[in-house]
Write a protein that binds this ligand. Structure first.
Ligand SMILES: Cc1ncc(COP(=O)(O)O)c(C=O)c1O
Length: 281
């Protein structure tokens, strides 16, 4: 692992480097990005930097300077042999009083690079009893306030699954703790709209674009919000995310599914072709 903190590459990435009153640490006042690294090159970095800026604006943090973030990215990747890795870019409110109010200190910017193991081609998911609040102040922002995801994922893992799937407060399908959900039902490939409160996933956006240009014959793609119970009659389900790419779901709650089904397999192929063709789509 390598870490760059506020302009300095650490000699030891585990050394203490942030004040204990950093607002990201004390109250989760921060935003972040996880970026896949393939053969030493970050994938879709421009889109990730754009989303970092949107999330920061959503929290009212000053706009992060993309060139400074890129400097941090270059510093943690330089001279590393990283066939498959991930970057974690974290940007917080910086030093602050111990409550929810911010201080006037400059933000904290941290970039970490580490190796990553590829996910299995298929996985199991469970739906969880807690809703995503699509009307909340931080809905759709990639903030470091991820404790709800931690609890939900632990629940999923206790049930033998690798991802937890949320409905929102309206009872509609929303997203996973770290992934967006696609499914095939009634002859359509579907995914929740951004109005569901899901994160505007970069993998989701890319797949929507790429599938739109090369759909499976006879299987249109539609963004739609509908009750989470639709998963009970879905023929195929798959997850998309920065670390999972397109990952087939072989078990959803108590139900086994074909994994990958034909549409999922086509999306997996599409993903690997397009990813190989352009590292910053
Ligand atoms: C809550 C949530 N939804 C969806 C995603 C997928 O987004 P992306 O494709 O940009 O990784 C993530 C990514 O970590 C996430 O944290």
């Amino acid at each position: 692992m390598r870490a760059w903190v506020n302009g300095r590459l650490l000699d030891d990435p585990t050394e203490p480097s942030l004040p204990v009153s950093d607002h990201g640490f004390t109250v989760g006042d921060g935003v972040f990005e996880s970026v896949k690294v393939v053969a030493g090159t970050p994938f879709a970095l421009t889109r990730h930097l754009e989303r970092l800026a949107l999330s920061a604006a959503g929290l009212g943090l000053p706009e992060p300077d993309p060139d400074v973030v890129r400097t941090g990215v270059a510093a943690v990747l330089e001279g590393q042999d990283l066939p498959l890795g991930r970057l974690r870019i974290t940007y917080t409110g910086g030093m602050a009083p111990l409550g929810s109010g911010r201080g006037g200190a400059p933000p904290t910017l941290v970039v970490v690079a580490d190796a990553m193991t590829a996910w299995d081609a298929s996985t199991s998911v469970v739906t969880v009893p807690w809703p995503r609040n699509e009307r909340g102040a931080i809905a759709g922002l990639k903030t470091t306030s991820y404790a709800e995801n931690v609890v939900a994922l632990a629940h999923a893992q206790r049930h033998g699954a690798s991802e937890a799937v949320f409905a929102n407060t309206a009872g509609n399908l929303c997203e996973g703790t770290g992934s967006n959900v696609f499914y095939v039902v009634d002859g359509e490939l579907r995914t929740p709209t951004l109005g569901s409160g899901c994160l505007a996933g970069i993998s989701r956006a890319l797949l929507l674009e790429w599938y739109g240009a090369a759909p499976v014959v006879g299987v249109p793609l539609r963004e739609v919000d509908e009750p989470v119970e639709v998963l009970r009659r879905a023929e195929e389900v798959f997850l998309v995310s920065t670390t999972r790419d397109v990952q087939a779901v072989r078990r959803c709650d108590e139900r086994d599914l074909e994994a990958p089904g034909p549409v999922t397999a086509a999306c997996m192929r599409l993903w690997s072709e397009r990813e190989a063709a352009d590292s910053d789509p």
